[in-house]
Design a protein around this ligand. Structure first.
Ligand code: NAP
Length: 288
């Protein structure tokens, strides 16, 4: 019995996230033909030679022709404009879904762009690395990881069911939540850590200790903590702008925490410092 769920899948943005979904669905035997759409020929040629895609094109309208499902995995600020570009060329019944890390603005704008009979389902796989492009993708990226779908009162139940089934076939554990709730949670646990990592490396990289390049002395701790500051700057520019309100609230909470810590250091409050570090250590030990 054939497992094929999708005859023709278009992936717009064949990078880490889009390329890994294509690879996982291929491995599961769930898709017949994968069409890769992108801007640069080099990345698309790589996707073709790695066997991620069967066909490639730089023209989004051509890429989505006859596709039953379109997965959009470009930086978040470009997702609504990509959907606006492809909307007139979607086949009747086509489902459009995405992997963007911010959901409220994308879901709101993309639902409104769907032609009659086509359906948008917002999604966000909770998996990734600091590497980019087709060559960074791998089939097991989503195995055992969560994928959050963000349906609204306008979401078509059958479309939601199909997108959920595909993520399950890709190895993910699917759950659903309201887009605004998603954005507030991920501002805290993902977007804040990235901006803090970028700020830390920026501060240390520009620090002047008697003319020494202090970065040359960094070892395990600094490197572990700042790994995510090697992520793609354009992706994080877009996420910071699109989730601005929730991220600013998270940065304010972090600033209060840092101010409190600074105060305890300034006062030489050894008990207060030990208490602060103990509470943080307990939270951290609880998640690993
Ligand atoms: P990536 O590896 O850089 O892949 C993005 C791809 O999109 C690139 O190959 C790029 O290729 C293409 N692209 C960029 N703008 C485009 C446009 N306007 N039209 C068509 N193609 C375009 O990035 P990624 O890590 O896969 O991230 C993709 C999405 O997944 C983002 O929305 C991000 O928020 C989300 N996400 C990322 C992670 C993570 O950890 N990386 C995790 C979960 C979700 P060309 O430059 O050749 O066009």
């Amino acid at each position: 019995m054939s497992l094929i769920v999708i005859e023709r899948l278009a992936i717009i943005g064949v990078g880490l996230i889009g390329g890994s979904l294509a690879r996982a669905l291929r491995e599961a035997g769930a898709v017949k033909t994968v069409v890769g759409v992108g801007r640069s020929r080099t990345n698309l040629d790589e996707a073709l030679s790695l066997g991620i895609c069967d066909e490639i094109t730089q023209d989004a309208a051509t890429g989505v022709r006859d596709a039953q499902l379109v997965f959009i995995s470009v930086p978040v600020c470009s997702i609504p404009s990509v959907v606006a570009e492809i909307a007139p060329f979607l086949s009747p019944g086509c489902i459009v879904t995405d992997g963007g890390s911010v959901k409220t603005a994308i879901v709101h704008e993309c639902e409104a762009l769907m032609p009659p009979g086509c359906h948008f389902v917002g999604g966000h796989p909770i998996a990734g690395t600091e590497h980019s492009g087709a060559s960074a993708s791998f089939a097991t990226l989503y195995r055992g990881k969560r994928c959050i779908l963000t349906p609204t009162e306008h979401t078509d139940a059958a479309a939601l069911g199909l997108v959920s089934r595909l993520w399950t076939l890709a190895g993910a554990v699917v759950c659903s939540m309201e887009p605004g709730h998603h954005d507030r949670i991920f501002a805290e646990i993902s977007h804040l850590p990235h901006v803090v990592a970028y700020a830390l490396v920026h501060a240390v990289g520009t620090a002047d200790v008697e003319g020494e390049n202090v970065l040359s002395y960094t070892a395990g701790g600094f490197r572990d903590f700042t790994r995510i500051a090697s992520s793609d700057p354009i992706m994080w520019r877009d996420i910071s702008l699109m989730n601005r309100k929730a991220l600013l609230a998270s940065i304010d909470g972090f600033s209060r925490s840092l101010d409190e810590l600074r105060l305890r250091i300034d006062r030489g409050d050894s008990e207060g410092l030990a208490e602060f570090f103990t509470i943080a250590k307990q939270f951290r030990d609880g998640i690993v």
